[in-house]
Design a protein around this ligand. Structure first.
Ligand code: BES
Ligand code: ZN
Ligand code: ZN
Length: 499
């Protein structure tokens, strides 16, 4: 793991990155050599960086990273600029970030330091466990300069925790499904819980039968690997008795589609289908490490979705934990089945709110692409809190409606509901409407992260593969959480759209 320091006096660092806004030459951080920058075609645009070289023998190598227009500089611009500096110096092991002049009005210097470190640390991430030779950034040390040591250190140490747990989530998502089975996920959760002082309870297959988790069982039937339901708890002394925030994650460690088998191409990335559970685990670990004073419970529904001889068949009907029946017409719409049970269990404890994260629908990728998560829910205050948290974290979430008029799309001939909506119509919303059946009156929000959980390109501080999307939004949500004390009266935005 890379270390971050804010020394009283700068140490021996060979490469120094400074920051500039566009157009070049304007404050902050006036570029070291504007003329040279211009000759090299550097315009201080966001994501751009240029290596200027040394001023003389024994001098550090200078890099300048672009923040984009001064009026738009926010934490995300700082993260991306720091990432661009790291990307421009791919073989550098030690980097100093010169933050003097990077002081947008709405950010404290602690927040500036945190954003810069996060961007640098996350950009240096590589998943190289299976590579015979290291190829990635050898960055081992990041030093901050031009920032007061107190806030600088606080920001840097928060960033180390945040980048550490995002790295944990990315590693889990990138680990092949042949290795990261539900049982292996449970083992890792146990190890982390012991290390961080989190409470942990696990339901094994027998307990899952006894607890009547019919959705999780229906999905796991076709697999040789047994399912698991993991409950983690962060209960700081002062708030241990208060209603928790419940975080629920879809943990399909491999989604073959089941008997409604996916194509070979669609299956290639389906080790990613546990990204929701990975984000929940990482957020719980992060809250413990940051000492966030909010009672939080994490629920992870873990199973493979496979087409074995005992697999659920299209047309089968299951009974979920809360007693409602679901006709399974497409076994590839399995995420909502396991979430039905996990949401029911979470709701039984009367939490203050529930937030679920799931790589739930291809339809959400069609609607919003790979950069933006779909946000749905039943309580405007919770939705607003998540949008604000996403904004601070630099994770794009966009509110989609849950029109009650679309509920008819999941009506079944034989059961309380069916697990697919109308072909080609608002698939992300149909899935959201099904989930809503399992949260009762608890304030609830659902993040469909099918798009942003995995990146298909390298850029900024994201890499091809697992992104760890959601972890930082959840930490931001928890860090500023205001208890809701029950659902707001009346309809929430998006419910009234079509009544
Ligand atoms: N895990 C997939 C959704 C997904 C697709 C995530 C692509 C990431 C990338 C989910 O289980 C699924 O297959 N959903 C189906 C639902 C459909 C059958 C109603 C889908 O979106 O096609
Ligand atoms: Zn599926
Ligand atoms: Zn899936």
């Amino acid at each position: 793991m890379t270390t971050v320091e804010v020394p009283e006096r700068p140490g021996e660092v060979e490469v120094v990155a400074s920051f500039a806004t566009s157009p070049l030459g304007e404050a902050p951080g006036a570029a070291p050599d504007g003329e040279l920058c211009r000759v090299l075609g550097f315009d201080a645009a966001l994501d751009a960086a240029v290596v200027l070289g040394r001023r003389g023998p024994g001098q550090p190598v200078e890099v300048v990273a672009g923040l984009g227009p001064a009026a738009l500089v926010d934490a995300e611009a700082i993260r991306r600029a720091a990432a661009a500096a790291v990307r421009a110096t791919p073989r550098v092991s030690s980097l100093r970030l010169e933050l003097a002049g990077v002081d947008p009005p709405e950010l404290s210097s602690e927040e500036v330091a945190q954003a810069a470190c996060e961007g640098a640390l996350l950009a240096a991430y590589r998943f190289e466990r299976y590579k015979s030779e290291r190829q990635g950034s050898p960055l081992e040390r990041v030093e901050l300069a031009g920032v007061d040591p107190g806030p600088g250190r606080r920001g840097a140490s928060r960033a180390e925790v945040v980048a550490g747990v995002v790295t944990l989530a990315r590693d889990l998502v990138n680990t092949p499904a042949g290795e990261l089975t539900p049982r292996r996920f449970e083992e890792l959760a146990r190890e982390l819980a012991a290390l961080e002082g989190l409470g942990i309870r696990v339901l094994d297959e027998q307990a899952i039968v006894e607890e009547r988790l019919g959705g999780l069982l229906a999905v796991s039937r076709g697999s040789a690997e047994p399912p698991r339901l993991v409950r983690l708890e962060h209960a700081p002394g002062a708030v241990a008795g208060s209603p928790p925030v419940a975080l629920v994650g879809k943990g399909i460690t491999f989604d073959s589609g089941g008997l409604s088998l996916k194509s070979g191409t669609s299956m290639m990335t389906m080790k990613t289908d546990m990204s929701g559970a990975a984000a929940v685990l990482a957020a719980l670990v992060g809250s413990a490490r940051l000492g966030i004073g909010v009672h939080a419970v994490g629920w992870m529904a873990l199973t493979e979705n496979m087409p074995g001889g005992r697999a659920t068949k299209p047309g089968d009907v299951l009974r979920a934990r809360n007693g409602k029946t679901i006709e399974v017409l497409n076994t590839d719409a399995e995420g909502r089945l396991v979430l039905a049970d996990a949401l029911s269990l979470a709701a039984e404890e009367s939490p203050d709110s529930i937030v679920d994260l799931a790589t739930l629908t291809g339809a959400c990728i069609t609607a919003l692409g790979r950069g933006v998560a779909g946000l749905m829910g039943n309580d405007d205050r919770l939705l607003a809190a998540l949008r604000a948290a996403g904004r601070r974290a630099g994770e794009a979430v966009w509110h989609l409606p849950l029109p009650s008029g679309y509920r008819s799309q999941i009506e079944s001939e034989v059961a309380d509901m069916k697990n697919i909506g109308a072909p080609g119509e608002a698939g992300a919303l149909a899935a959201g409407l099904l989930l809503e059946e399992f949260v009762g009156t608890t304030p609830w929000a659902h993040l469909d992260i099918a798009g942003p959980a995995r990146s298909e390109t390298d850029g900024g501080y994201r890499h091809k593969g697992g992104t760890g999307f959601g972890v930082r939004t959840l930490l931001e949500l928890l860090a500023r959480y205001e208890p809701l004390g029950g659902r707001a009266e009346g309809l929430s935005t998006g419910t009234e759209v079509l009544r």
